[in-house]
Design a protein around this ligand. Structure first.
Ligand code: NAD
Ligand code: UDP
Length: 320
């Protein structure tokens, strides 16, 4: 009998790619999602697979899964700033109550659990690049605090279950990841810029565009998560691509990639938007022998092709 893995947030961007990977590796996969920011079309291709099952369930409510479970990957949570600003209380609940339910389920089933944390726990960092040793600089009461603090609480709760109950836990700190199946209108910078280019709109750079990010292609991210789950390492591990650039330079790259003649227009910088972000991946290199393989040029080409092939209806759909 193959091992069984429960993936929460399965209909989302990362969750759906994880479902694909675990099915490919011969696992029985239970995907769980309440579709609040996800899209069932991301996993529809798996419905014909006898090893895949989907539960439409809100993980902030008690989770019941019959039978044995070997692994849980807890990925349910809004992940884009406009999503968590729109649904702040659900964001806090899924990081706290949702995580509590997942940890309780893992304890009940004797399963190993991996929790999706984030570079946002470093806040607007005063240390650069960010290593796992850095405690962060988060504004607890700012608009982004609902996400950052939920994820910080999630890490503390996970370590408490590990220390107090002896649960097998893993924590991945994910840095900006992109690829096919991101939602075109989720407000994150990559779908935002590509969507604008495809609709013939100007590219909106927030602030002076000198803030930096480092973008990791989804296949690299999934490989890092997969290796972490099967490692014996309990402390958090950063997974991301250290190739850092300014948002203004990135907008120029998108204009080149899409071959459009859009202009860049500058809009107000959202509150508490981190000024710089680059993962220190020394730990992932040492513990998991992992490092990203896909260049931004390659990854962005695949991502652009994905968005280009969406229907006109998807392209024009505005959520905000
Ligand atoms: P996403 O919005 O595409 O996916 C999240 C999924 O969780 C969605 O399908 C949503 O419907 C589901 N969900 C939300 N609340 C739920 C609830 N209460 N019950 C059940 N399902 C619920 O986002 P994503 O980019 O795939 O992010 C997935 C995870 O990875 C999140 O935990 C996020 O914090 C983390 N993460 C992602 C990134 C990134 O760059 N993509 C970076 C850091 C951390
Ligand atoms: N950003 C931008 N224009 C947009 C969307 C985002 O300039 O249309 C900026 C945003 O202010 C941030 C960076 O791009 O500095 C990355 O934003 P994203 O929402 O993708 O992720 P974050 O890393 O901030 O969570």
């Amino acid at each position: 009998m193959g091992k069984t893995v429960l993936i929460t947030g399965a209909a989302g961007f990362l969750g759906s790619h994880l479902c694909d990977r675990f099915i490919k590796e011969g696992f029985r996969v239970i995907g769980m999602d309440n579709l609040i920011t996800g899209d069932i079309r991301n996993i529809e291709h798996l419905f014909k697979n006898k090893d895949f099952e989907f539960y439409n369930h809100d993980v902030t409510k008690f989770i019941h899964v019959p039978g044995e479970l070997d692994y849980i990957l807890h990925f349910a949570s809004p992940a884009s700033p406009i999503d968590y600003l729109k649904i702040p209380i659900q964001t806090l609940k899924v990081g706290s109550l949702g995580t509590h339910h997942c940890l309780g389920l893992a304890k009940e089933k004797g399963a190993r659990i991996l929790i999706a944390s984030t570079s946002e726990i470093y806040g607007d960092p005063l240390v650069h690049p960010q290593s796992e040793e850095y405690y962060g600089n988060v504004n607890t009461i700012g608009p982004r605090g609902v996400y950052d603090e939920a994820k910080r609480f999630q890490e503390s709760l996970t370590m408490a279950y590990h220390r107090f109950h002896g649960l097998e836990t893993r924590i991945v700190r994910i840095f900006n990841t992109y690829g096919p199946r991101m939602r075109l209108n989720d407000g994150r910078v990559i779908p935002a810029f590509i969507g604008q280019a495809l609709r013939g709109e100007d590219l909106t750079v927030f602030g002076d565009g000198l803030q930096t990010r480092s973008f990791c292609y989804v296949d690299d991210q999934v490989e890092g998560i997969y290796r972490l789950l099967f490692s014996d390492y309990v402390d958090p591990v950063n997974i991301g691509n250290p190739d850092e650039l300014t948002i203004k330079d990135f907008a120029e790259e998108i204009i080149k990639l899409t071959g459009t003649d859009q202009k860049i227009v500058y809009k107000e910088l959202p509150k508490d938007d981190p000024m710089q972000r680059q993962p220190d991946i020394t730990r992932a290199r040492e513990i998991l022998s992992w490092e990203p393989k896909v260049s931004r040029e390659e990854g962005m080409k695949i991502t652009y092709d994905y968005f280009k092939n969406l229907s006109k209806e998807d392209l024009l759909k505005k959520e905000h």
